[in-house]
Design a protein around this ligand. Structure first.
Ligand code: ADP
Ligand code: 5GP
Length: 192
């Protein structure tokens, strides 16, 4: 795939687990129907409420490794002990059709796509107000056990060191204010 094929916009949202990224992305897709979300592949167990093929394509480790071997990922990373990857074919087809693409990635995947697409990739980092608040949100969400929550919190400290490295930074303290800022940034990117 060559960078010159990028006609639509690329928006990448990155945030430590539990910040509120999925909550905001869900609303963003309704308010901006021209945005097409890249549905990633993952080896993580499915959570209650998630839909295979919509939230992620949930696959077993062997299948992921086979896809990786066959060069089917535009980028892939091991995050919180599971594999996650972006489908090269899906992204290629969307970009060829001039669609606007929305990605939900960790910092490793964000760095890979930024290297690949350069200024065509618009990265929005969403920060929690504090790690204590992040812990409360993860515990209240109730989708992970204590061990997994602790691993995600440990990784959050590292991810937060990168918060000033991207194009836009939003603090999700108050969800309505944060979401309003996200819509303003999205409008700005789509209009550019
Ligand atoms: P992520 O996708 O970043 O892991 P989620 O969107 O699942 O995070 O949000 C984690 C939890 O925090 C959810 O239960 C969500 O309802 C809650 N949440 C999101 N934003 C806020 C906020 N500003 N204040 C309080 N709780 C929030
Ligand atoms: P979760 O398990 O909470 O859904 O996601 C964990 C982390 O993996 C989040 O930071 C999310 O953004 C990231 N992630 C989801 N899909 C991908 C992907 O395809 N590639 C990369 N690098 N990270 C992903």
């Amino acid at each position: 795939m060559s960078k010159k094929h990028v006609n639509g916009k690329l928006i990448i949202i990155v945030a430590p687990s539990g910040t509120g990224k999925s909550t905001m992305i869900k609303r963003l897709k309704i308010d901006f129907p021209s945005l097409v979300e890249s549905v990633s592949y993952t080896t993580r167990p499915i959570r209650p409420g998630e839909v295979d093929g919509k939230s992620y394509f949930f696959i077993v480790r062997e299948e992921f490794l086979k896809m990786r071997e066959q060069n089917e990922f535009l980028e892939w990373a091991e995050v919180h002990g599971n594999f996650y990857g972006t489908s090269k074919k899906f992204v290629e087809e969307c970009l060829a059709d001039g669609m606007h693409l929305l990605f939900d990635l960790d910092v490793q995947g964000t760095d890979s796509l930024k290297d690949y697409f350069g200024d065509n990739a618009n990265v929005i980092f969403i920060s929690p107000p504090s790690v204590d608040e992040l812990e409360k949100r993860l515990r209240n969400r109730g989708t992970e056990n204590t061990q997994v929550i602790n691993l995600r919190l440990m990784n959050a400290h590292k991810e937060l060191l990168r918060k000033n490295d991207f194009d836009f930074l939003i603090y999700n303290d108050d969800i309505e204010k944060a979401y309003k800022r996200l819509t303003e940034i999205t409008q700005k990117i789509l209009a550019s």
